[in-house]
Design a protein around this ligand. Sequence first.
Ligand code: C2E
Ligand code: CA
Ligand code: CA
Length: 585
Amino acid sequence: MPEHDPSLLRAAFDESPIALLRCTVTDGAAGVIREANPAAAALLGRPLEALPGLDVATLLPGLDLVLPAQAHEDVGGWPQARVLAAGAEHWAEPRWIAASVRALSPAASGAPDVAAALVVLHDVTEHRRAEQHLDRAARHDPLTGLINRAELLRRLGAVDASTDGPVIAVVFLDLDGFKLVNDTRGHQVGDELLVAVARRIRAAIRPEDALARIGGDEFVVICPRLEQAQDARAVAERVRATLDQPLSVEGRSHRISMSVGIATAAADAVDPTDLLRQADMAMYRAKDAGRNTVRIHSADMDAELVAAELVREALQAALAPEAQPPTPGAAGDPAVAGLLLHYQPIVAIGTGRLAYIEALARLRLPDGTLVFPSQFLPVATRAGLTGRLSETVLRQALAERARWRDEGVDVPVGLNLAPGQVFSASFAGDALRMIADAGDRPSNVVFEMGEFGLLEATGPAQLTLRRLRASGIGLAIDHFGTGYSSLGALRFLGPNRVKIDRSFVASIPASPADRAIVTAAISAAHALGQRVVAEGVETHEQLAVLAELGCDEAQGFLVAHVLPAEHLALAAARWAPGTLERATP
Ligand code: C2E
Ligand code: CA
Ligand code: CA
């Protein structure tokens, strides 16, 4: 080392913007302050002259001030700084200080017999705050300030059976119809609504319950310390009921409900992802059960999930572009699996003539089980397969219609459309092209669709409907009278047919009220030039009332069962007018 000018060192120490302390060494650590520079005084928030004589370890409790063993050698860099909270009494707010310590050569210490240490202090408070901010951001949802999915799973993973037991519950909350609010009222209102919902939920749960927002409109509550699994239901009910009163957002009141799923576990047997998945599954059950309700996860649901998975796989295979319709055969033969159609005639009540034949889809699994639409349609919807389902059904139905025609029965075929399908811009074009490719005419096809969601149909859906009508395709409103039906739909959608839901058909003999509704629907449809079909006609009594009310056509077990094409025997079928008894020649 070259000779140093002591006045240079002095100036460097005093003027340095870096906080420096020269200390004694006690037990291998920095001890009493001998000298501090102005930067150190400023950093520590004390007068310069107050520092000498103070013990650094007392002044900065918790800081690791031990001299590194090799410090007398050149270790090529400062020893690792330790960061800890320093006492709050010196600063308005606690600050975070990092220190590095190294031994000074006896020459530099100024006293050859005394070991000395140089302590360099860094104020790392801002850095620390930024880190905390990032850490918070990583664990929280910025909109509501609630914890996020990652943090929720972390907390579930950290459940401690000794304090959180005996039972812990995960309550999964999903808003019903939130997307509609977002789409119609705008994201700003949607966001504020979510914040208001979070507040409501928070107010309904215990302080020790954790609340997370884990997706757009999905919230999760963790309830520790429950006595038994059933206790979770009360919590869930209370939370659900908080939305019974409308929320006020931007001066408007909003009604929104939520579907709630619960899963519970013994606190010593928590599998975080599993528990969350079970609660999610129960929530879906609540949705299926009509929303605004609570469901508890059960082992049955796991079994159903496995079944749904099998259905999804089978459906995916059945709807693959290269898939063939299934062939009759023994179970286990892969060719038995696939999508097949059964058929049911719609017959004119007055004349007994065939009006058209509705195709009803079935899915056969590789083990031969026949799966009905009530089971596979929800799966298809969730897997985004409804478009391909309709295409496959249309192709098969057109092929079947061609065979009937060859047998001398030239009758239109009816297909069911999934809700929302007409919202697809390409739907009408695709369907018309498929009909043309099959060498058929649009007027030989009837599309049946529920009117749910169509009342608010805008742009593309209106265009699709107009194109379909203009092409001559028949349109029927399915399940009329249920859900959101209105007589207005008859005018707006302009169908050729209205199918009265079978719940009305079942009740008209006994219920004058339902009879009045059906009468009104029939007269409205007739005024608009539309035919009325009764679904699910099972008894002569129902048929007699329907005939009396002027209903045009009937479908149901009384007329004909739903059958595979080969059992329909359409060529031979005759229905006696008025009674619609199948008259075998
Ligand atoms: P839907 O359009 O109301 O079809 C008639 C349903 O009523 C059929 O059930 C049929 O088996 C049943 N049915 C017929 N006559 C009677 C009767 O006299 N009494 C009773 N109780 N029921 C009767 P399925 O085949 O299980 O179909 C259920 C629903 O699934 C259909 O209701 C339709 O909305 C939908 N669906 C069927 N096939 C398809 C399809 O290819 N695509 C789409 N998207 N949906 C389909
Ligand atoms: Ca939702
Ligand atoms: Ca139908």
